[in-house]
Design a protein around this ligand. Sequence first.
Ligand code: ADP
Length: 546
Amino acid sequence: MATTRPIRSTMMPVHLSLNHLLDRAGQLFASNEIVSRLPDKSLRRHNYGAFYARTRKLGQALLDLGLQPGDRVATLCWNHHAHLECYFGIPAAGGVMHTLNLRLAPDEIAWIANDAKDRFLVVDDVLLPLLAQFQGQCGFEKIIVFPFSSAPVAAPFLNYETLLDQADGNKFAYVAHHEDDAVSMCYTSGTTGKPKGVVYSHRSTVLHTLVGCLGDCWGLRGADVVMPVTPMFHANSWGMPYGAVMTGCKLVFPGPHLHPDDLLDLMQLEPPTLSLGVPTIWMSLIQTYEASLHTQPGRWKLPAGMRSLVGGAAVPEALIRAFDKHGIWIQQGWGMTETSPLATVSYTKSEFIHADADERYRRAAMAGVPVPLVDIRMRGDDGTDAPWDGQAVGEIQVRGPFITGSYHEVPVSEDKFSADGWLRTGDVASMDAHGFVRITDRTKDLIKSGGEWISSVDLENALMGHADVAEAAVIAIPDPKWSERPLACVVAKPGKTLDFAALNAHLLANGFAKWQLPERYEGIATVPRTSTGKFYKLKLREMFPA
Ligand code: ADP
């Protein structure tokens, strides 16, 4: 028998690279628009042709300033065209873009910038007062100010536009790289312990972009008009900027104007076909819109047929139903900074195409099905995997080419990674036979009452399904007999008064057992938000310690 010689792939060893996406945009989509809302609420229009030329100039300008491969360039910016230029121009010059979360306390931003060893900073002029509060604690060598107005940029700050004007884009050549080289980094929120850096590569970003654009995920097409409300400093706006550049779809950036009135105004001017943001944003938007139908009829129209990608926190079924009434379908995704972030997505699997409306809503309110390239398992306390029966719960653990395998300069520890290298997410969930993940809690938010777990997410979703409730967040309070009991913090809809007995009756009617009902209710004016706009349960626990 002839000896079998190992066969080799005949494919070219071409590295995955963000530069390829940038070239595509310049070559194929030059006339497609990128619209940014400026601080004065006017709109600035660019196209991908200008984006391509300006991004290459930015790359050259950074090299002229002495950027070395692997150097971190921080951004402190809202969502707009220049931030998009940083997304591509910094890696094109061999640097690593580090998005700073402008909603954090100044000391915390400084800590994060120092931990990442950020060398340069790009900052919006409107955020200079924020920078002034922590600049002294950081060692930025160059601070580049993106000017919205024509007011001069004072030395020693550098003017972003002047740097671009002076840079020779024709001279620019992409800095050689490997596909595993870092392109960007983002810090986790640090709700438990210090924030930790997650560093993405060309390869992880390109793969995540390809998966995100699939029909059952974002379903992004070149003809889409995308409005990313998710901040570009929060998990790279869920990767949408990369998807937009890859497909050349029109982008509408809201800039610093994220109030529901402003988003609704922008939707009239530039109607999106796809938008994305955390549930709290869409909760306020739908309330504002529905109130306007009585107080200012005709002021706004919701963009007919728009799809909305919502995630970052549990999406209440009531929210999905409320938008669907107006012809807008909410698609839920689950993930975290560590997962790039898309890891599961809820969509209509073929077996549910003919399902009735209630089943479709029920599935849309789940975290959904793992996306391609992501392996998932639910690890029980006993170290075995929970069966896919829709009942048994365990900690979600994930693995894949766009899942982080460690944190920046932090030793790998067992509380974050399993012994066999899977990421421990800290989220608790079940999975059914169809592969749908249903998040019941974060490990730190679980309520253990008399030895039984109560899901705060289930209680919140049911409470937010009551006609008088605008928002509800449930936390655990200590209890001498049961060890912990649920406390429900509830915000009434405008003009409504809360009747807690009626809320209990509503929960019982929705399948909750008596022992699962909240021990106590607190009526509050608004649920505190985290820096990424989610319900801030840590704050609630401080407000209601017992
Ligand atoms: P943080 O919320 O700590 O700022 P991330 O933005 O990375 O950090 O958020 C990740 C966490 O958000 C997840 O671990 C999970 O608890 C929560 N999350 C994200 N998407 C969903 C979802 N669809 N349903 C429930 N929880 C979600």
